[in-house]
Ligand binder design. Structure first.
Ligand SMILES: [Zn+2]
Length: 117
């Protein structure tokens, strides 16, 4: 999270920005970062920076996998433990082989809404 914010700040330094109104961040399901947790961290990390006071829009990204054995591309199955807890099964839903994760494992900034000077 802090490295993402740092990268944004570095980018902002190259431009003449009055202020940043909002940051759209795509957050993969596999990062296991909750919205509340992100908002809280964002507020602390951006304090006394150009991003202070900007709104963080968290855009969740579902997991997408690719199977190198059968060629399946798509979402994963979930293993349910009890009523409220489930976790993604990172094997191919069709053939059970190990898979490559295409989406959902990272967090990144997709766009910024800024006010230029
Ligand atoms: Zn497969």
């Amino acid at each position: 999270m802090s490295s993402i914010v740092e990268a944004v700040l570095q980018e902002l330094e190259k431009h003449d920005i009055e202020k940043v109104e909002a940051v759209d961040m795509v957050v993969g399901e596999l990062t296991f970062l909750g919205e509340d947790q992100l908002q809280f961290a964002y507020e602390i990390i951006t304090r006394d920076t150009t991003l202070e006071g900007s709104k963080l829009n968290v855009i969740p990204e579902k997991i997408e996998i690719k199977c190198n054995s059968c060629g399946y591309v798509g979402p994963v199955n979930y293993i349910h433990n009890g009523d409220h807890y489930s976790h993604p099964d990172l094997t191919c839903p069709k053939c059970g082989a190990g898979v490559e994760i295409l989406k959902g494992k990272s967090a990144m900034v997709r766009s910024l809404q800024v006010v230029e000077r």
